[in-house]
Design a protein around this ligand. Sequence first.
Ligand code: PLP
Length: 382
Amino acid sequence: MSRLGTETAFEVLVRARALERQGRHIIHLEIGEPDQDTPANIVEAAVDALHQGATHYGPSAGLPDLREAIAEDVSKSRGIKVSADEVVVVPGGKPIIFFTMLALIEEGDEVIYPNPGFPIYESMINFLGGKAVPVHLREDRDFRLDVDEMVGDITDRTKLIIINSPQNPTGGVMTKEDVQGLAAAIGDRDIMVMSDEIYHRLLFEGEHYSIAAVDGFKDRTIILDGFSKTYAMTGWRMGYGIMRPDFATHMARLMTNSNSCTATFTQVAGIEALRGDQGEVEKMRQEFEHRRNVFVNGINKVRGFSCRLPKGAFYAFPNITQTGWPSKKLADSLLEEAGVAALSGTAFGAFGEGYLRFSVANSIENIQIALERIDQWAKKHL
Ligand code: PLP
């Protein structure tokens, strides 16, 4: 158990709430979830489903109608042909990480993963006794994966490569050429790819391109996606994986052994999310783009901070090396002194030192108060 890591966002949230109970006013820029409510048509679909008795166990792999709706949606958005038996519905995006690793990783297997990156990847690799092989995402490449650098990390023990675009915590986005270059580098080696595409609808320029769309890669890819970010449904716990049918059967069995199934009425609402009006999704995307612009513009005026424009997701990842402060100490001080909750870059791996992560999933008004407070902090300390 000592090898299992954590997600610091939840810990910082607890500390921020404790300060609030002492009467402090805190601006929350730590947790990675849309602040908007779930669109009303989805909530109504869940309420109707409850009234109609969708309160029982369902199949471990997900309701057939939802698997069908997901297959249609992913086929369209990724330009590949996906069928319902290649879809497994699970409670959130995270179980796809958990189950994929449980299924594939044995003691000593190597897994290449982005660093800074979503901390659960590294946590799970270590937990299972695998060898965590970080690939450094660099600011001067706009945090896009450097395929040439990654290729040098591939060995005979490499079992899995994890990619994430748009990326948490940097907002980096892999181009189509990056993805094709990665696929060419993997070639016909016996390596699986887990492509975490949970932010694929939150893209501010260009088009999302999945490695599953590269010739020969669909059967070697597990796409991770879900409802949490796209439809502001973090608390509902519903996500899914796309994988070849034999793998899907094993993953469904992991579901039988752990959760039995994803909540039935939430799955009915998931069908409405995918097939209903998509206007709210686009509205949220535009709103995040606006907030990103306001935040990045503002933080670049603060002494010691410099921030590239993230191309996707709802995070900003400013460089804070010019402050002379280590990331964790700076994040702690911003919370305790300035009342702004952010995360140390090191919460996303060792290569996150020198950075902080701010979520811009908060109102423009609160973002402006946060910027003002950070500026005051910098004037006092630097
Ligand atoms: N993958 C990435 C990159 C994330 O940022 C998150 C959530 O923060 C997840 C997966 C997990 O999403 P969920 O809340 O649906 O489990």
